[in-house]
Write a protein that binds this ligand. Structure first.
Ligand code: CO
Length: 171
Protein backbone atom coordinates (compact mmCIF):
# COMPACT_ATOMS: atom_id res chain seq x y z
CA UNK A 1 0.00 0.00 0.00
CA UNK A 2 1.18 3.48 -0.81
CA UNK A 3 1.78 5.79 2.12
CA UNK A 4 -0.60 8.77 2.15
CA UNK A 5 1.26 12.05 1.78
CA UNK A 6 0.68 15.39 3.50
CA UNK A 7 -1.44 17.52 2.81
CA UNK A 8 -3.94 14.76 2.04
CA UNK A 9 -7.06 15.40 4.22
CA UNK A 10 -7.10 11.69 5.20
CA UNK A 11 -4.24 12.53 7.56
CA UNK A 12 -6.35 15.15 9.34
CA UNK A 13 -9.33 13.02 10.38
CA UNK A 14 -9.97 11.78 13.89
CA UNK A 15 -9.87 8.00 13.62
CA UNK A 16 -12.58 5.63 14.88
CA UNK A 17 -12.08 2.80 17.37
CA UNK A 18 -11.62 -0.72 16.02
CA UNK A 19 -14.73 -2.75 16.79
CA UNK A 20 -13.51 -6.30 16.41
CA UNK A 21 -10.13 -7.89 16.75
CA UNK A 22 -10.20 -9.51 13.28
CA UNK A 23 -10.40 -6.08 11.72
CA UNK A 24 -7.59 -4.91 14.00
CA UNK A 25 -5.36 -7.80 12.95
CA UNK A 26 -5.96 -7.10 9.26
CA UNK A 27 -4.93 -3.47 9.70
CA UNK A 28 -1.84 -4.49 11.67
CA UNK A 29 -0.64 -6.84 8.94
CA UNK A 30 -1.22 -4.15 6.29
CA UNK A 31 0.82 -1.72 8.42
CA UNK A 32 3.63 -4.24 8.92
CA UNK A 33 3.80 -4.90 5.21
CA UNK A 34 3.79 -1.20 4.30
CA UNK A 35 6.51 -0.38 6.83
CA UNK A 36 8.75 -3.23 5.73
CA UNK A 37 8.32 -2.30 2.05
CA UNK A 38 8.80 1.41 2.56
CA UNK A 39 11.84 2.66 0.65
CA UNK A 40 12.46 5.23 3.35
CA UNK A 41 13.20 3.59 6.69
CA UNK A 42 10.55 4.25 9.30
CA UNK A 43 10.17 3.33 12.96
CA UNK A 44 6.42 3.65 13.16
CA UNK A 45 3.32 3.75 11.00
CA UNK A 46 -0.32 4.52 11.73
CA UNK A 47 -3.47 3.29 9.97
CA UNK A 48 -4.47 6.73 8.55
CA UNK A 49 -1.11 6.77 6.73
CA UNK A 50 -2.28 3.83 4.65
CA UNK A 51 -5.73 5.34 4.17
CA UNK A 52 -7.53 3.52 7.00
CA UNK A 53 -9.11 5.86 9.54
CA UNK A 54 -8.98 3.48 12.50
CA UNK A 55 -7.16 3.68 15.83
CA UNK A 56 -4.22 1.38 15.10
CA UNK A 57 -0.47 1.85 14.76
CA UNK A 58 2.78 -0.03 14.96
CA UNK A 59 5.97 1.17 16.65
CA UNK A 60 9.35 -0.40 16.06
CA UNK A 61 11.34 -1.56 19.04
CA UNK A 62 15.02 -1.97 18.25
CA UNK A 63 16.62 -4.95 19.96
CA UNK A 64 20.38 -5.11 20.30
CA UNK A 65 21.87 -8.56 20.68
CA UNK A 66 25.60 -8.11 20.93
CA UNK A 67 26.72 -6.90 17.51
CA UNK A 68 23.43 -7.78 15.88
CA UNK A 69 20.48 -5.46 15.64
CA UNK A 70 16.99 -6.79 15.33
CA UNK A 71 13.58 -5.20 15.59
CA UNK A 72 10.08 -5.93 16.72
CA UNK A 73 7.07 -4.02 15.37
CA UNK A 74 4.71 -3.72 18.32
CA UNK A 75 1.03 -3.38 17.36
CA UNK A 76 -1.28 -1.03 19.25
CA UNK A 77 -5.03 -1.32 18.71
CA UNK A 78 -7.34 1.30 20.32
CA UNK A 79 -4.42 2.74 22.31
CA UNK A 80 -4.65 5.48 24.95
CA UNK A 81 -1.73 7.21 26.61
CA UNK A 82 -2.92 7.12 30.21
CA UNK A 83 0.10 8.82 31.73
CA UNK A 84 2.93 11.08 30.56
CA UNK A 85 5.91 12.12 32.68
CA UNK A 86 6.24 15.75 33.73
CA UNK A 87 9.73 15.84 32.28
CA UNK A 88 9.83 16.29 28.55
CA UNK A 89 12.58 15.96 25.98
CA UNK A 90 13.39 17.28 22.52
CA UNK A 91 12.50 14.59 20.03
CA UNK A 92 13.92 14.86 16.51
CA UNK A 93 11.18 13.65 14.20
CA UNK A 94 10.32 12.94 10.63
CA UNK A 95 7.31 11.20 9.15
CA UNK A 96 6.83 8.81 6.22
CA UNK A 97 3.90 11.02 5.18
CA UNK A 98 5.98 14.21 5.01
CA UNK A 99 8.82 14.19 2.54
CA UNK A 100 12.29 15.37 3.54
CA UNK A 101 11.10 17.32 6.57
CA UNK A 102 12.48 17.01 10.09
CA UNK A 103 12.05 18.98 13.25
CA UNK A 104 12.12 18.99 17.02
CA UNK A 105 9.03 18.34 19.12
CA UNK A 106 8.64 18.27 22.91
CA UNK A 107 7.49 14.86 24.13
CA UNK A 108 7.05 13.16 27.49
CA UNK A 109 10.20 11.22 28.35
CA UNK A 110 8.17 8.40 29.87
CA UNK A 111 4.66 7.23 29.17
CA UNK A 112 2.15 4.58 30.14
CA UNK A 113 0.06 3.37 27.22
CA UNK A 114 -2.94 1.09 27.40
CA UNK A 115 -3.87 -0.81 24.23
CA UNK A 116 -5.30 -3.99 22.77
CA UNK A 117 -2.76 -6.42 21.35
CA UNK A 118 -3.29 -8.69 18.32
CA UNK A 119 -4.68 -11.42 20.58
CA UNK A 120 -7.43 -9.07 21.69
CA UNK A 121 -6.02 -8.69 25.20
CA UNK A 122 -5.90 -5.31 26.88
CA UNK A 123 -2.28 -4.53 27.84
CA UNK A 124 -0.31 -1.82 29.61
CA UNK A 125 3.15 -0.75 28.47
CA UNK A 126 5.43 1.54 30.45
CA UNK A 127 8.23 2.84 28.31
CA UNK A 128 10.69 5.67 27.87
CA UNK A 129 13.28 7.02 25.45
CA UNK A 130 12.84 6.94 21.70
CA UNK A 131 10.06 4.31 21.83
CA UNK A 132 7.97 6.63 24.01
CA UNK A 133 8.53 9.40 21.47
CA UNK A 134 7.51 7.15 18.55
CA UNK A 135 4.33 6.09 20.37
CA UNK A 136 3.38 9.74 21.06
CA UNK A 137 4.00 10.63 17.39
CA UNK A 138 1.84 7.72 16.18
CA UNK A 139 -0.87 8.42 18.77
CA UNK A 140 -1.15 11.97 17.41
CA UNK A 141 -1.79 10.58 13.89
CA UNK A 142 -4.99 8.95 15.22
CA UNK A 143 -6.30 12.41 16.08
CA UNK A 144 -5.26 14.01 12.80
CA UNK A 145 -2.23 15.71 14.36
CA UNK A 146 1.15 15.80 12.59
CA UNK A 147 4.53 16.54 14.16
CA UNK A 148 4.82 19.69 12.03
CA UNK A 149 1.91 21.12 14.08
CA UNK A 150 4.00 20.98 17.27
CA UNK A 151 7.45 22.07 16.19
CA UNK A 152 9.72 23.84 18.64
CA UNK A 153 10.41 27.29 17.14
CA UNK A 154 8.25 26.26 14.14
CA UNK A 155 11.48 25.27 12.37
CA UNK A 156 11.86 22.45 9.89
CA UNK A 157 15.00 21.01 8.34
CA UNK A 158 15.78 18.90 5.30
CA UNK A 159 17.67 15.64 5.77
CA UNK A 160 20.86 17.34 4.58
CA UNK A 161 20.44 20.22 7.03
CA UNK A 162 19.74 17.92 9.94
CA UNK A 163 22.78 15.74 9.17
CA UNK A 164 24.93 18.83 9.10
CA UNK A 165 23.42 20.18 12.33
CA UNK A 166 24.09 16.90 14.14
CA UNK A 167 27.64 16.79 12.79
CA UNK A 168 28.31 20.32 14.04
CA UNK A 169 26.83 19.57 17.46
CA UNK A 170 29.04 16.50 17.83
CA UNK A 171 32.24 18.32 17.00
CO1 CO B 1 4.23 10.13 11.18
Amino acid sequence: MKIVQHPNPLLRKVCAEVEDIKEGRKIVSALRESLSKSEKEGIGLSAPQIGINKRVYIARKIIYQGEKEDHLDIAFINPTIIKGSKDKGKSLEGCLSIKDTYGYVLRHNKIVVEYTDINGDRKILRTGGYLAYVIQHEQDHLDGILFIDKLIDKKTYTEKQIDRKIQLENN
